[in-house]
Design a protein around this ligand. Structure first.
Ligand code: PLP
Length: 466
């Protein structure tokens, strides 16, 4: 431990005075001051350890505290800490990483040909939506400006990425919206009360009807998460994305896959699109690209899109940190680990184990269902399982309670508790994580059944975290 570090209480007090957190009311006193991580464990300033079943913000594929990534960053910083990729400038790290991402994509069915780097997921979504509109604009189809998106989606915190998201806190309280967004229904078998086989026909019809009413000539793109993450780790029926993609292609509408959460092994493949058999026109990446060791994102595109948007004048926007050499070096070291330790296979193996253990919670009255896809999993929390009604305040306070009582980190959401552990999580750690959830959920039902105030009063009640 660092003997010069301030005492935990002093750190928390300075935090309260100085830091503006996303989704934390200033009046709330509690702070969890993290200081160290290794594997799937985190340690706070008071010496308490946590089991991280959230991989940070669903990003730390290789686990915390990997010295080889820190060394790759330090070596790159000593040699060339920063260089731009604007105009004709470039550098070896961005070139190597772009080539590697395209090769990974060709191994599957993504078949991307070129890459534009960003600093994170929201920035990637902003760029991908601009590219989609710019693609049509340059081809003379200037009316193609509408974006199709879906219920329950999360795509980021910028104006456009917030607009295509379905969390009102990103659009309420900021004045006029960018607009020109149409929201389709995302497949959510549990909440819809339908079997997966019944859903795709309905949603393909809904898409066709939306295209007919807006007019294909006015629609630029559809954006979607292959598996909705913040919405509650919801995987679509197997035929959903291939059939949706076919309709879009027929109408000249580009498909933007937001793989910020799902890529780099999270669902047992480099890209979820590979597993689902779709070829997006644009793919947004971040999170697992560096396992969170450096803020970096990327937009992959087909040659057809790239050829158009890199025409006269080149693609007309960019960011200072696009293709940051240190970020690219960190990404290379991270991808080396994913390959060397075969973490794609680990995701499916550990995911199956997690699914089996979570299934033991199904007898609890507050558990509507448990679900898993790769190493993304969720426990759907209900007031009363036959009616399938969610808790009106979401599961944020419940996730806090699991953390505070058992040291297991899971994430709250509008309806479900969600898990996306590091891909290196061991079987014993899976058992420990599920035991923590079980401990709180069994008590939760007993108290929820008792008269009096519910157990949800807390700083997170009613908020959405990203
Ligand atoms: N897209 C998805 C699917 C996400 O889950 C997130 C963040 O959680 C984003 C985009 C936004 O990424 P960032 O927070 O890096 O801007």
């Amino acid at each position: 431990a660092d003997s010069l570090a301030p005492a935990p209480e002093a750190l928390a007090a300075t935090d309260r005075a100085r830091l503006v957190h996303p989704f934390l009311p200033a009046a709330q006193d509690k702070r969890v001051v993290m200081v160290e991580g290794e594997g799937c464990r985190l340690r706070d300033a008071e010496g308490r350890t946590y089991l991280d079943a959230t991989a940070g913000m669903w990003l730390c594929q290789v686990g915390h505290g990997r010295a080889e990534i820190a060394e790759a960053a330090a070596a790159q910083m000593r040699r060339l800490e920063y260089a731009t990729t604007f105009w004709d400038f470039t550098h070896d790290r961005a070139v190597a990483l772009a080539d590697r991402l395209v090769r990974l994509s060709r191994n599957g069915q993504g078949a991307a040909e070129r890459v534009h780097f960003t600093s994170g997921g929201s920035e990637g979504v902003e760029i991908a939506l601009r590219m989609a509109r710019n693609f049509h604009h340059r081809r003379g189809q200037t009316e193609r400006t509408w974006i199709l998106t879906r219920t329950g989606s999360y795509h980021g915190a910028g104006y456009a990425s917030g607009e295509v998201s379905d969390f009102p806190c990103y659009t309420t309280g900021f004045g006029p919206h960018p607009g020109r967004v149409h929201r389709l229904t995302a497949p959510y078998p549990y909440a819809m009360g339908l079997d997966p086989e019944q859903i795709t026909d309905l949603l393909v019809d809904e898409l066709e009807a939306a295209v007919a009413s807006i007019g294909a000539h006015r629609i630029a793109a559809m954006i979607g998460e292959p598996v909705q993450a913040l919405g509650g780790m919801i995987a679509p029926p197997d035929d959903y994305w291939p059939r949706i993609a076919e309709v879009l292609r027929r109408h000249g509408i580009l498909l933007v896959m937001d793989e910020v959460v799902t890529a780099f092994g999270r669902v047992g493949h480099w890209f979820a699109a590979d597993r689902m058999g779709v070829r997006p026109d644009l793919t947004v990446l971040s999170k697992g690209l560096t396992s969170g060791y450096f803020p970096l994102g990327a937009v992959l595109m087909t040659g057809r899109v790239a050829d158009v948007v890199t025409g006269d004048g080149g693609f007309p926007v960019g960011h200072t940190y696009s293709g940051h050499p240190t970020g690219c070096a960190v990404a290379m070291a991270n991808l080396d680990i994913i390959e060397r330790e075969d973490l794609l296979a680990a995701a499916d193996r550990t995911g199956a184990r997690l699914a089996a253990e979570l299934a033991t919670l199904r007898g609890l009255p507050s558990v509507g269902e448990t679900r898993q896809y790769g190493l993304m999993a969720a426990v759907e929390i209900v007031r009363d399982s036959p009616t399938r009604d969610p808790l009106p305040e979401g599961t944020y306070a419940l996730a806090d309670e699991i953390r505070d009582r058992t040291g297991v980190l899971v994430r709250g959401g509008p309806r479900a508790l969600t898990l996306a552990p590091p891909l290196v999580m061991s079987d014993a750690e899976v058992t420990e994580a599920v035991a923590g959830i079980a401990e709180v959920l069994s008590g939760f039902h007993r108290r929820a059944a008792a008269p009096g105030p519910g157990p949800h009063a807390g700083a997170h009640a009613g908020s959405v975290t990203t």
